[in-house]
Design a protein around this ligand. Structure first.
Ligand SMILES: Cc1ncc(C[n+]2csc(CCOP(=O)(O)OP(=O)(O)O)c2C)c(N)n1
Ligand SMILES: [Mg+2]
Length: 343
């Protein structure tokens, strides 16, 4: 059964014009995510956002490129560093910022906060705080698609810190054994909190784990959003058509500390500056100008529109009502009436 053809992502661009339009859109998405996260950092510093806040500034090309290769009906499961993934999967900056502010209009009614964005409508299934714990959940989502004979694919994102966790291996093992339609995407930003990769992994090439679980594998640098889209697209099609899961490692970097309370003193300024030369957002802009001859004023108006959208989202979050107290008792157990398949 092939229910989702009408929801296919933009096909591989066939000509220069299409490629320019595609890169323009991916640049807009990355910039939007960056501006949303900058606005949330500001609000956090002003004491308007509580709890934890983990930003993915520097890593935007991974979620934007990967999710652009998926269909609307495919599923995404992420970690606590998931604002960008949520927006790339069709969520709005208003829902994200309102959630961070603890407002009733947020993606999870203001009850989840930064680590628990969720959208049933967009098939963005969280937002999880337990490192590696969501990997078997994502395998379960992919199992459900296969069991129901639907051709949707699940994208499961996780950090390099998940790699030595037991739960991750259970998820990879079942995916390989049961030939689940899933793509595992390790966003290797070189650190888990303040611990560098070489202190957590004896074998730093994460994809070396793939053969033990009969997974296909791929590993590449993540700063070029078009490359991410193309390489993840290959794995998605393999999952959809052959039910062959893939383990992908994308090399990336976060420019800020692990969370808002981390000054990131465990790495040198030089290291950060060197990675900033590969910042995916200005790289896409430069490419649009140089390779695709996009007029500068077109980019300037796109950037102004992104700025206005984020300013509006901040106003929306600030003026929204707080999470309803009685909603604390909702969503504790599954409500069959909320299951769209029960209607
Ligand atoms: C099972 C578990 N152990 C420890 C933690 C505390 N913790 C939160 S984030 C984190 C680092 C994870 O790093 P990584 O997976 O590389 O993701 P990144 O933060 O770099 O995106 C740790 C150890 C946790 N949340 N869950
Ligand atoms: Mg990491």
């Amino acid at each position: 059964m092939n229910k989702s053809d009408q929801n296919a992502p933009t096909a591989q661009p066939e000509n220069h014009e299409q490629q320019r339009a595609l890169l323009g859109d991916l640049y807009r998405q990355m910039l939007l995510i960056r501006r949303v996260e900058e606005a949330s950092a500001k609000a956090y510093a002003q004491g308007k956002i509580g709890g934890f806040l983990h930003l993915g500034i520097g890593q935007e090309s991974v979620c934007v490129g990967a999710i652009a290769a998926a269909r609307k009906t495919d599923y995404v499961v992420g970690t606590y560093r998931e604002h960008g993934h949520y927006i790339a999967k069709g969520g709005s900056p208003k829902e994200v910022l309102a959630e961070l502010y603890g407002k009733a209009t947020g993606s999870s009614g203001g009850l989840g906060g930064s680590m628990h964005l969720f959208s049933q409508k967009n098939r963005f299934l969280g937002g999880y705080g337990i490192v590696g714990g969501h990997v078997p959940l994502a395998a379960g989502v992919a199992f459900a698609s296969k069991y129901r004979d639907e051709d949707d694919v699940t994208l499961c994102f996780f950090g390099d810190g998940s790699v030595p966790q037991g739960a991750l291996h259970e998820g990879l093992s079942l995916a390989g054994l049961w030939k689940l339609p899933i793509v595992f995407i390790c966003e290797n930003n070189q650190y888990s909190m303040g611990t560098p990769l070489y202190r957590t992994l004896a074998v730093e090439d994460v994809t070396e784990r793939a053969s033990g679980y009969a997974l296909a594998r791929d590993r590449f640098k993540g700063e070029d959003v078009l490359r991410v889209r193309e390489r993840v697209g290959v794995a998605i099609e393999r999952a959809r058509k052959e039910r062959q899961p893939t383990l992908i490692e994308v090399i990336t970097y976060r420019f800020r500390g692990h969370s808002m309370s981390d000054p990131a003193t465990y790495r040198t300024k030089e290291e950060v500056e060197e990675w900033k030369l590969r910042d995916p957002v200005p790289l896409a802009r430069q490419r649009l100008l140089a390779e695709f001859a996009m007029p500068e004023d077109q980019l300037v108006s796109l950037e102004a529109a992104v700025k206005a959208e984020v300013q509006e989202a901040v106003r929306f979050a600030e003026s929204s009502p707080p999470a309803e107290q009685e909603s604390v008792w909702k969503h504790v157990y599954a409500d069959p009436a909320l299951d769209p398949r029960s209607t």
